[in-house]
Each structure stands twice: as structure tokens, then as C-alpha cells.
Design a protein around this ligand. Structure first.
Ligand code: ADP
Length: 303
């Protein structure tokens, strides 16, 4: 069925992205809590309609590792996109407490299965794999969002700056396939997956702005430097090898999703019970403490 604005009760803001705001909403007819993303686009109605039609394919993107799509509509020059509400937010904000190897493996498995599903079932390449696009809920589920399904939408979201954290594969930075979305290959996503694993394992982005004086220096390091690796102290040789198989600089040398699933790192994960619920709970506590501290540092003491 179609969702429209009249059916929604707007609640608190969940976050702001590069292109718009995400709000928690209640879909009144079904009493389902959803997350609604608002994307402002200066386009005519025909183009906005084309985007809504292209987004329709998302109704088929139903898998345990994919954030569920409920529907999209537009009002004036804004596209509204309704999806499953994930009550622990994005993965990048849950890393401060640390990620033990069994949890890392579970996250890796979910991400690979999600990416493989998109490719095999829907012929979709994600194009924007990074920890902010991995959402988590208190049930301990890990799901992907924000993948490129609408050519029209991608074109309209002018990627004016690539930001200070690039997850782009070296070949894309070099521009071999950059000027044409159609030539972006699946192995570019595998690089971004590997880099995301490093960030999850280290608790921070591996090419930090403190080390590189500008974006050019950072991108040069990605293209010409050795790929980063998981810290030896915290992770097993299997985990480190798995990530190394993703972070091969030549795109043809990177592992395929099937090879990543067959690798001992994820084979071990299949046989193991992992308490994801407790990990999420702990990560949210640490996050709340951090936010409280930041707030305290900001607020001047009243006399
Ligand atoms: P970006 O453009 O940086 O990818 P988004 O616009 O997708 O960011 O989202 C901004 C923030 O909103 C996210 O970091 C996350 O905290 C929150 N958010 C996005 N989608 C959801 C969702 N489905 N459930 C809960 N929170 C969400």
C-alpha cells in the first residue's frame, strides 16, 4: 500500500545526514514506528515522480540484513523515504566500547550476506558501504541502508565534496570508473567493506585527518600507501586475513562475496553463539556516557 504524510505522526529527529534529516515517525494506520528521511531536491515533478518509481524496487529488497523499505512520496521539492526504525542507530556511533572478534565476525557476516543479496537478487551495487550506513537495533540485528537504487536520485544528490572520510576504492579515487556510475564494479564495494571492518576494529577511521594535512594527502595515502590492517593484539590471523582479502589494491585481486563467506573467519562465526544483544546494550551505555560528558563540558556551571 502507499504511504502518505497524512498517515504519519512526526516525532523526534534521529539524525542529520549529508542530504537531509531523519525523523522518527509513527504510521498511524498500522501503529508501526518508522524512520523517515527527508531529502530536498530542486527538481520538477516529473523527475521527482521518476525517483519515486525507481525507489519502488526497494519493496523487493526484503532480507534479514537489509533495512526494510516501507514507501516513498514527495511533497513540493522534498522526497520522503520511510524505512524500518532501527533503535540503536548507526554502527559508527557504537564503536567506542570496542568490538570483540566474535562481534566483528557477526557484523562482517551480516554485511556480506546483505551485499550479496542485493547483487544476486536485485543486481544492485551498494556504492556507499561505510559504518554510518549500517544500522543496528536492540535485538542485535545489523542491517544495511542507503544503497544506490535510483539513478535519478544519485544524479541529483550532487556529490560536491567527498568529505573527510573516504571509503572509496583506490581505482575509484584514481578516476578509472568515477565518471560513470555504470562502471562501478562490485569489487569497489568489497574495498569499502574492508575499510569499514578496519574502522569497526580500530574504533576510528584508519586515515585520520590528524595524520593527513588535507584530503589530497589522505587520498594519496589510500591510492599509493599500503592498505591498513586490523591490529594484531586484538584480532586473530583469520580475522586479519579476511580483511586483507578485501583491501587488495588491485580490484581483480579482491575476494568475492562467496569467498568471503567461505573463509574460516565467517565459517567460525556460523558455528558460534554471539551475544549481540548485550554488546549493543553496552555500546549504547558507553555512547550515552560520552554524550553526557560532552554536554557537561559544554554547559557553563550556574552560580
Ligand atoms: P548519511 O547521509 O550520513 O548517510 P542519513 O541521512 O542516512 O546519514 O542518516 C542520518 C542519521 O540518522 C544516521 O546517522 C542515523 O543515526 C539516523 N538514522 C538514519 N536512518 C535511520 C533508521 N532507519 N533508524 C534509526 N536511525 C536512523
Amino acid at each position: 500500500f502507499d504511504i502518505n504524510m497524512e498517515q504519519l505522526q512526526l516525532n523526534e529527529e534521529l539524525g542529520k545526514g549529508n542530504y537531509g534529516t531523519v525523523k522518527k515517525v509513527l504510521h498511524k494506520p498500522t501503529n508501526v514506528a518508522m524512520a523517515m528521511k527527508e531529502i530536498r531536491l530542486e527538481l520538477d515533478d516529473a523527475k521527482l515522480n521518476a525517483i519515486i518509481m525507481e525507489l519502488d524496487i526497494l519493496h523487493r529488497a526484503v532480507a534479514p540484513e537489509i533495512v526494510e523499505f516501507y514507501g516513498a512520496f514527495f511533497i513540493e521539492s522534498c522526497v520522503y523515504y520511510c524505512m524500518e526504525y532501527m533503535d540503536a542507530g548507526s554502527l559508527d556511533k557504537l564503536l567506542a566500547a570496542g568490538v570483540p572478534e566474535d562481534v566483528l565476525a557477526r557484523i562482517a557476516g551480516c554485511m556480506v550476506r546483505g551485499l550479496k543479496f542485493l547483487k544476486d537478487e536485485l543486481q544492485i551495487i551498494h556504492r556507499d558501504v561505510k559504518p554510518t550506513n549500517v544500522l543496528v537495533n536492540k535485538k542485535g540485528e545489523i542491517k544495511l541502508c542507503d544503497f544506490g537504487v535510483s539513478g535519478q536520485l544519485e544524479k541529483s544528490l550532487a556529490k560536491t565534496n567527498i568529505g573527510c572520510q573516504s571509503y572509496m576504492a583506490p581505482e575509484r579515487i584514481k578516476g578509472e570508473s568515477q565518471n560513470n556510475l555504470g562502471t562501478y564494479t562490485i569489487s569497489s564495494d568489497v574495498w569499502s567493506l574492508g575499510l569499514s571492518m578496519i574502522e569497526i576494529g580500530l574504533g576510528k577511521y584508519p586515515y585520520p585527518p590528524e595524520t593527513y594535512s588535507n584530503v589530497f594527502a589522505q587520498l594519496t595515502a589510500i591510492v599509493h600507501g599500503d592498505p591498513p590492517s586490523l591490529p594484531e593484539d586484538n584480532y586473530s590471523p583469520e580475522a586479519r586475513d579476511w580483511v586483507a582479502q578485501c583491501l587488495v589494491k588491485a580490484p581483480d585481486g579482491r575476494a568475492t562475496y562467496q569467498q568471503l563467506l567461505d573463509h574460516p573467519f565467517l565459517q567460525q562465526d556460523k558455528k558460534r553463539k554471539v551475544d549481540m544483544v548485550s554488546w549493543v546494550e553496552r555500546a549504547l551505555e558507553v555512547r550515552a556516557e560520552q554524550l553526557a560528558e560532552a554536554l557537561q563540558a559544554q554547559t557553563p556551571r550556574s552560580v
